[in-house]
Each structure stands twice: as structure tokens, then as C-alpha cells.
Design a binder for this molecule. Structure first.
Ligand code: ZN
Length: 412
């Protein structure tokens, strides 16, 4: 029996803005279910009827990664009747630092299957639906259509805008979260009735310029941050399903793990939102979300067009004793993990700001590389514009080098 604190401070609260429950209750719970969920049902706000609503709820989790792991585990434990898992990735060793729904023996297995097994172990009463596919504009309406609520645990802007646009067009609520290093954000986006709240585009009308916001794979993330943000998402999902409390509609939570602070920022519905505003111009999904978010900027694409070498080329150049300077444009922490021999470190920001250009030789060819080839292409565009005409960059970055030339090196 756990300890329960009874000395909860009685703070004055503004009257809550509530929404009606999203899901109708099932008629009955079994005796087993009543035993299992008793700690929920004795909370007056949840009660038997709240648990019956959870039992009848169908929730889809987009991604079984950092946020999807804790989200799926707690949704399962809470007794959500049907859980959809969509992920087409496989479990990698570098996932295990935060993706706690997977274990050592799952390395190499599809994440959706590994997650489904963990869910069944936590709660065999949950019906798990595996979507072992990538979400795209062709399948998203079909897949979303089967669920009451979406929990978004995606890690890239293209999928994030796709999820938002489909949810808004279907009038469905979704709980969004994002994580980076020590910082987390979460909100509930529900532009349809009865919430009439803002959508993701109201908050972020345009994706950030390519290369401006590093992914967790490039910038890192504190593993436990996923639990902090994922648990906020599950809390909001439970509140929406059961109709209790004040949902996070129109508010953004900003969590700072280093300060250990949560700030709440009001998010207003943007009257000019192209998707959910009164004069919305976007009435269907975009043709290409990758293109919309531009994995690599136009300048970088042009710079790299005839100035890209492969890892095999680089290995040959080294063997042939060709004279060039190999510049690693990643961050110092990444350089510590793995590096290509004889490379020098000059982070991308120092190149694109122009600060480090004087450190580069005019009389030797410069070869740029990063982790996967995006940042080096951006830096290459700066170099070309500054007159380094024979500069090139390495396709696929240090990951390609490890995969194709020296598999004894670690990847991250
Ligand atoms: Zn909007």
C-alpha cells in the first residue's frame, strides 16, 4: 500500500474550462477490470463511469519512440480499450536510453511489434492495433478515422504538419509533445467542435528553416525528459476521454528540466491560420510534406548538386594521398563520440556566421562532413558563396563512413 499525502494545500482555483467527455462509456466492466482499476474508480472525478469511458476509448499513438514509449505504457496501464501503434522503424541500441517500451532483446525488431508486446504484458485487456507503416497522405485519413484521439510522438516536422493537418480536417483532437535536450513542450490541439481551439499551425504557421532546429538524433535528448512530456500527454488524453479537469486546449506547457519549471503560455487561435481560421485556404492535405519542410534548403541543394562525394570516394582520396582538409562541422560533443581520422572540428554555426572562414585554406581543397549530410550541405553553401569553388561535402556524413568504410567505429 503506497503512502498517500493528505496535506494537499488548498489553493484558490479559477473555475475550470471543461469539455464534455470525448468517449461514451461501455455498459459494464468485468469483475477483473473493477479489481484492476479500483485506484482510478475511487477517485470521485473518474469514478466507474470514467473508467468505462477509458475502456471504450480508441487512442492512436503516432510513433513508438521517445514520447510514444511512456505514452503507450501509461495509456495501456490506465485501461484504454484500444491502442493503435504506428511506427515503421526498428529498435536500435541508441533508442534504449529513453524508449523504455523496448528492451535489449528487441534490438533489430520492428518498434510497433515490440511496443505491442510490452503493452500486452502491462495489460492483456487492451486491444492493440499495429500499423507497421509510415503515415502518408494516402493512408492517414483511413488510419486516423478509426480512433477517438491521437497522441503525437513524432520527431520530425514533416510528419508533425501532416498529423496536424489531417486531425484538423477530420475535426479530431490530438495531444502534441516535443522534446529536445532538457526542454519539453506539450499542448492539446483541437480546432473542431466543441473545443474550437488553435491548431499546431496557429502556433507555428511555418516549419523552421532547414538546419535551424536540430533533431534529437543530432542534438541529443535527456532520456527521462520523454517521461516528463509523455506523461503530460497521457494525462491530457485521459482528461479528454473522461471529460474531467481543464484540458490543455489553447495553452502550451513549456518544461525546463534544468530549472525544473513548467510555464504555461496562452496559444490563441490564429484568425489568419490557413487551415483552421475563418478564411482558411487549405482544405486538403499538402501534396508533399517533406518538400514543405525542406529537409535541405534550396541553397544547400544547389551547392551540393555537383560537389558531393561518397564515403568510398573519401577513403580512396585518403589512400591515394590526395591533398585536402577534412572539416567536421558537427558539435564538439559529437566529435568526442566518433570522428573520421585527420578531420578538424569547425562547428557549422561558425562557418555559416562567416566567423571561421579565415581558418580555412584557400590553396587546399576543403571536404566538409557532419553526421548525416544535412548540416555539411548548409555549410557548403556558405563556402561556395565565399569563393571556395572546389569545396565538396560527404554524402551521408560520418554515419556513411562508419557503415561503408570502418564499421568498427561507433554510431549514435
Ligand atoms: Zn490553426
Amino acid at each position: 500500500m503506497g503512502q498517500m499525502s493528505t496535506d494537499r494545500p488548498r489553493l484558490h482555483r479559477e473555475p475550470a474550462v471543461s469539455l464534455p467527455p470525448l468517449v461514451e462509456p461501455v455498459p459494464e466492466l468485468t469483475t477483473d477490470e473493477i479489481r484492476r482499476y479500483s485506484r482510478h474508480m475511487i477517485i470521485p472525478d473518474v469514478g466507474v463511469v470514467g473508467q468505462k469511458r477509458l475502456r471504450n476509448a480508441k487512442v492512436l499513438c503516432v510513433g513508438a519512440g521517445g514520447l510514444g514509449s511512456p505514452a503507450l505504457m501509461y495509456l495501456a496501464a490506465a485501461g484504454v480499450g484500444t491502442l493503435g501503434v504506428i511506427d515503421f522503424d526498428t529498435v536500435d541500441e541508441s533508442n534504449l536510453q529513453r524508449q523504455v517500451i523496448h528492451g535489449q532483446s528487441d534490438i533489430g525488431r520492428p518498434k510497433a511489434q515490440s511496443a505491442a508486446e510490452s503493452i500486452r504484458e502491462i495489460n492483456p485487456g487492451v486491444e492493440v492495433v499495429i500499423h507497421d507503416t509510415a503515415l502518408d497522405r494516402e493512408n492517414i485519413f483511413d488510419i486516423f478515422g478509426g480512433y477517438d484521439l491521437i497522441v503525437d510522438g513524432t520527431d520530425n516536422f514533416a510528419t508533425r504538419y501532416l498529423v496536424n493537418d489531417a486531425a484538423v480536417l477530420l475535426g479530431k483532437p490530438y495531444v502534441w509533445g516535443s522534446i529536445y535536450r532538457f526542454d519539453g513542450q506539450a499542448s492539446v490541439f483541437w480546432a473542431g467542435e466543441p473545443a474550437n481551439g488553435p491548431c499546431y499551425r496557429c502556433l507555428y504557421p511555418e516549419p523552421p528553416p532547414p538546419g535551424m532546429v536540430p533533431s534529437c538524433a543530432e542534438g541529443g535528448v535527456l532520456g527521462v525528459l520523454c517521461a516528463s512530456v509523455g506523461s503530460i500527454q497521457v494525462t491530457e488524453a485521459i482528461k479528454l476521454i473522461t471529460g474531467i479537469g481543464e484540458p490543455l486546449v489553447g495553452r502550451l506547457i513549456v518544461y525546463d528540466a534544468l530549472e525544473m519549471s513548467y510555464r504555461t503560455i496562452k496559444v490563441r487561435k490564429d484568425p489568419d491560420c490557413v487551415l483552421c481560421g475563418p478564411n482558411a485556404t487549405q482544405t486538403e492535405l499538402l501534396a508533399d510534406y517533406e518538400d514543405f519542410c525542406g529537409a535541405v534548403s534550396v541553397e544547400a541543394q544547389e551547392a551540393a548538386a555537383d560537389a558531393t562525394i561518397t564515403a568510398a570516394d573519401l577513403a580512396e582520396w585518403r589512400q591515394a594521398g590526395k591533398d585536402f582538409l577534412l572539416v567536421d562541422v558537427r558539435e564538439p560533443a559529437e566529435f568526442e563520440i566518433v570522428r573520421i581520422p585527420d578531420s578538424v572540428l569547425i562547428p557549422k554555426g561558425d562557418i555559416t556566421s562567416g566567423e571561421a572562414l579565415s581558418q580555412l585554406p584557400q590553396d587546399r581543397q576543403v571536404v566538409l562532413h557532419c553526421k548525416s549530410g544535412v548540416r555539411s550541405a548548409e555549410a557548403l553553401a556558405t563556402l561556395k558563396a565565399a569563393g571556395f569553388r572546389d569545396a565538396v561535402h560527404l554524402q551521408g556524413g560520418v554515419l556513411a563512413w562508419v557503415n561503408q568504410v570502418d564499421p568498427s567505429l561507433p554510431t549514435y
